[in-house]
Design a protein. Structure first.
Length: 213
């Protein structure tokens, strides 16, 4: 009760600085997702049953995806903070790894569930594996790809806030400083703005899914 009583009314004296940090958080999330999606597609192809060029490559790709999904975001963030330093680059790399683990798994599943008829027909006329993937698999799996990509952005925005608590940049750093200095009214402002950003991203993602898919 004491803490919440000190949070209200929220302090908006540094609203410009907080909004800038919020923008950095959003940019960090989008950049990490874009990089993650780029790397997810080839890894997903190697991990997909019936598309992987060799069983050993399939197991390596699936093991890599499982590793990225198993290790928590905060652990990756700490690793990248140590290796590349404090700030947004560590957050972007963390979100990229998390996106590869998340999207890679769902991309592989989506490609495995595509209609095998067109794939078999192209293979029968001598099409190359790459031609089968781009001509038969990708068009059928595109709606699932888009839906997964939008979910990745929503997930990354929420995750990027937490990553700032360990020095990976963005609004999370501001939130940690506010709590460390017992500036609970500033923390309340940050929390409200984070909530608004997450809601906007989720609603925009839902609208895009309805329009595209």
């Amino acid at each position: 009760i004491r803490v919440f009583s000190q949070m209200f009314p929220p302090n908006i004296s540094d609203i410009e600085r907080i909004l800038w940090s919020l923008l950095v958080t959003f940019q960090m999330a989008v950049a990490g997702v874009v990089l993650g999606l780029i790397f997810s597609l080839p890894i997903a192809i190697f991990a997909a049953e019936g598309l992987s060029p060799h069983p050993i490559i399939k197991h390596i790709a699936r093991g890599l995806i499982a590793l990225f999904r198993t290790v928590p975001d905060l652990v990756w963030a700490l690793i990248f903070v140590i290796t590349v330093g404090l700030g947004s680059p560590a957050g972007i790399l963390t979100i990229m790894i998390d996106t590869i683990g998340f999207a890679g798994r769902f991309f592989a599943t989506a490609m495995e569930e595509t209609d095998k008829g067109p794939r078999e027909a192209l293979a029968a006329i001598g099409a190359r594996p790459s031609g089968i993937v781009f001509s038969a698999v990708f068009p059928d799996a595109t709606p699932s790809f888009i839906s997964t990509a939008l979910f990745c952005i929503e997930k990354a925005v929420r995750a990027s806030v937490v990553l700032g608590l360990v020095g990976a940049g963005g609004i999370g750093v501001e939130l940690k400083v506010a709590f460390d200095l017992f500036e609970y009214d500033v923390a309340a402002t940050i929390i409200i703005l984070i909530f608004c950003l997450v809601i906007c991203v989720e609603q925009t993602g839902a609208w895009l899914r309805r329009r595209i898919i």
